[in-house]
Design a binder for this molecule. Sequence first.
Ligand code: ATP
Ligand code: MN
Length: 459
Amino acid sequence: MHKLIKEIIKSSELENQLTAKGWLRTRRDSKGGFSFLELNDGSCFESLQVIAPDSLENYQTEILNLHPGSSLAVSGQLKKSPGGEQSIELHAEKIEVYGFSDIAEYPLQKKRISFEKLRELAHLRARTNTFGAVTRVRNCLSAATHRFFQERSFYYLNTPIITANDCEGAGEMFQVSTLDLSKIKGDVDYSHDFFKRRAGLTVSGQLSAETYACALGRVYTFGPTFRAENSHTSRHLSEFWMIEPEMAFADLDDDAQLATEYLKYLITALLNECPKDMEFFDNRIKKGIIGELSKLVDADFQKITYTEAVDILEKSNEKFEFDVSWGIDLQSEHERYLTEKKFNTPVIVTDYPKEIKAFYMRMNDDNKTVRAMDVLCPGIGEIIGGSQREERLDKLEERILSMGMDLADYWWYLDLRKYGTVPHAGFGLGFERMVQFCTGMENIRDVIPFPRTPGHAEF
Ligand code: ATP
Ligand code: MN
């Protein structure tokens, strides 16, 4: 049902004359001399029921030729429907057809289409219940993100999409170049390239966010992120959106606190603002998701160190595909064991071995672990990765060198430590992982409008 109409019902001014526009979902012809049309305009989950009498001048010529997908404007009277408890219907007095839809060819028929198949129809899947709901959830979580940070005096920062820094040091950058690489034999001389250096799409806005946090105090980014990792999992995209808050004068405890409040804020907003969409996910995608999310709002998140996590996993008697020992990067199966079986609540794992974490994380006194944190959630595993940043110039230089990186490339980042350095911390939340978590959708490709994954960039 159209959002606007919802408002009208609230103000209970039925018998209202109005025009509703949208796309036809179904048409059912009754023997009583009229047709039921289910009209959806995407503004909210429900469709509007239209009664189209055969007295309409275009009933025989047009209405009886309306098939799913066609677009209409219906003018008439809004009335309480006789059968339904609170439902209403629009009694059409005039129907204008914008565009017909070919029943033989329209792919979105009544029969259920798999999400895989829908990915090949990405231009039409927005018209389905699932993708309508996913898109409205994304919108709600985006708006709530801005509200959350704005209420806490964080400034929204736009960081570069094209950059020369591989911030995560994982070598997973897409290259950006205007050189015709097919014409170059041997080594590429990047001094002839557009930026006179090798450049790529950003894997994280963090280093730039640190720069501004060390000037404005609190900032956050919300932008696209690109990773050329060849992973074919249900939790990885090549292009995804990340929210990265960064706080000056803050340590890892502040960071964990912020992450916890943020997750709870998003869930609260979603449950309040998208009840119909969430009802759909609960009924059709993941039973009990509303209950699980509600529980989380009051839950205490478990906090353990990496060393404790490894200990728990080693003693668990659980058969893992990847063996556990101190020093490994926790796999998704390990993360899920911790949150789903061991603690049954989100888990914040801190103080990871330096070997498996990025160069900018603050070294602990043991010289073996860094002040990192991952927030793990049931059903999905890592949803947030963060850390307290190394603010000590000598330690940071030592770390950059020991990782075989070039100090000269980071001169500007090092400057932040030379001129009035401060303890600071931040994290990155993968927006699509959050949408997955909140909707129960199995595959991350199905929570973004146009997914980019290895081999897929159509539309
Ligand atoms: P993972 O170990 O799950 O691959 P990561 O440790 O590489 O993730 P970070 O560099 O910590 O990820 O990025 C911060 C957040 O961004 C992650 O916690 C996750 O929510 C999200 N994220 C990372 N990689 C991807 C991806 N390829 N697709 C979607 N979201 C991602
Ligand atoms: Mn991570």
